[in-house]
Write a protein that binds this ligand. Structure first.
Ligand code: NAD
Ligand code: DAO
Ligand code: ZN
Length: 369
């Protein structure tokens, strides 16, 4: 079938709106009509060429929501008409990783997903007779996509697509990092570096679990008001701190953060996030994705003296199990998504979403098909 898609033909080039061809679902796959998709910093990262795994030409987008229109042979858990959120971290419930409660990193389709292919090693998308690659198993910058059954979370039908698409990445990553990865306890002091589409969700996750001080760190002063709306109690702009930011944060938290989160993707702030943690027990969680070849550093004594450095992908969430619950939290008013979606646009204007992100003017832009 013909579908409308924003195609990434190469690193550093704007997306090109094209009619591409999409084959129907093969065994274990599902055809989804994408109703809405968010644009995440990770899409921009891949498009920029900084992503070591970035492949072109490809249809990017990994933060969508839509409706099942067809299922391939052997699909049992989904049917036509079901509402779904595609998952870049699938959940097969059978692999060694899914059977280990310590991780959410299902490996069932990891190799082919990383190559931009469906599990049988081929692509369903093509343009001018040549294959176009999938992205993170989702490719939501198209009005129809094909995804493996294990990479689709079935969600309730009364939830609005243009809001719950954000649960496909940003919301789950931020809130999940607090609940699943850090397991922040009530009364904790929390420091969040980067108050964008991920960091603001860390803030609302910290508020949800009853954190005490929630300190946001960002260079953009406009993020203060927004952070406060989501539960931030203190704002630190590193440009306005006299002296060392780490020392300032240690003082503000009365000895160091119980938990810190890096939501920027900058190896210098990753170090600051670790070093502002409390001696003896502070835990720092890396969420940001740094550019190809970059490395983190600290003095090992920071770890010897009890600080812990960890990372998280998709907030430690097991998508088919946890995503429907986060949709319920949104529908029950426990989490705020509406105020984070600052812009909506048609597919034709998707490049504007990248401009707004780079200019620091948006939190989340959503394309509505
Ligand atoms: P964003 O661009 O919306 O937000 C980044 C924020 O950091 C902005 O508010 C910006 O002003 C601030 N900032 C930039 N440099 C700073 C500095 N030196 N000091 C303080 N603040 C600074 O990005 P986002 O969508 O929130 O994504 C954040 C990161 O998380 C990206 O690296 C993205 O790739 C990554 N990410 C990771 C996962 C995961 O599963 N681990 C999932 C999604 C996104
Ligand atoms: O299983 O080896 C693996 C990797 C799974 C991919 C996890 C991606 C995590 C972060 C990327 C940002 C997501 C938008
Ligand atoms: Zn698995």
């Amino acid at each position: 079938m013909d579908v409308r898609a924003a195609v990434a033909f190469g690193a550093g080039k704007p997306l090109s709106i094209e009619t591409v061809q999409l084959e129907g679902p093969k065994a274990g796959e599902v055809l989804v009509e994408v109703k809405a998709t968010g644009i995440c910093h990770t899409d921009a990262f891949t498009l920029s060429g900084d992503d070591p795994e970035g492949l072109f030409p490809a249809i990017l987008g990994h933060e969508g929501a839509g409706v099942v229109v067809d299922t391939g042979p052997g699909v049992t858990s989904l049917k036509k008409g079901d509402h779904v959120i595609p998952l870049y971290t699938p959940e097969c419930r059978q692999c060694e990783y899914c059977l280990n409660p310590k991780t959410n990193l299902c490996q069932a389709i990891r190799t082919t997903q990383g190559q931009g292919l469906m599990p049988d090693g081929t692509s369903r998308f093509s343009f001018d007779g040549k294959p176009v690659l999938h992205y993170m198993g989702c490719s939501t910058f198209a009005n129809y996509t094909v995804a493996p059954e294990i990479a689709l979370a079935k969600v309730r039908e009364d939830a609005p697509f243009d809001k719950i698409c954000y649960i496909g990445c940003g919301v789950t990553t931020g809130v999940g990092a607090v609940i699943n990865t850090a397991k922040v306890e009530p009364g904790s002091n929390v420091v969040v570096f980067g108050l964008g589409g991920i960091g603001l969700n860390v803030i609302q996750g910290a508020r949800l679990v009853g954190a005490d001080k929630i300190i946001g760190v960002d260079l953009n002063p406009a993020r203060k008001a927004l952070g406060e709306k989501f539960g931030m109690t203190h704002f630190v702009n590193p440009k306005e701190v006299d002296g060392d930011v780490v020392a300032h944060l240690v003082e503000l938290t009365g000895g160091g953060a119980d938990y810190s989160f890096e939501c920027i993707g900058n190896v210098n702030t990753m170090r600051q996030a670790l070093e502002c943690c409390h001696k003896g027990w502070g835990v720092s969680v890396i969420i940001g994705v740094a550019g190809a070849g970059q490395e983190i550093a600290t003095r090992p004594f920071q770890l010897v003296t009890g600080r812990v450095w960890k990372g998280t992908a998709f907030g430690g969430a097991r998508g088919r199990t946890d995503v429907p619950q986060i949709v319920d939290w949104y529908m029950d008013g426990k989490i705020n998504i509406d105020d984070l979606i600052t812009h909506t646009m048609p597919l034709d204007e998707i490049n504007t979403a990248f401009d707004l992100m780079h200019e620091g003017k948006s939190i989340r832009s959503v394309v509505v098909f």
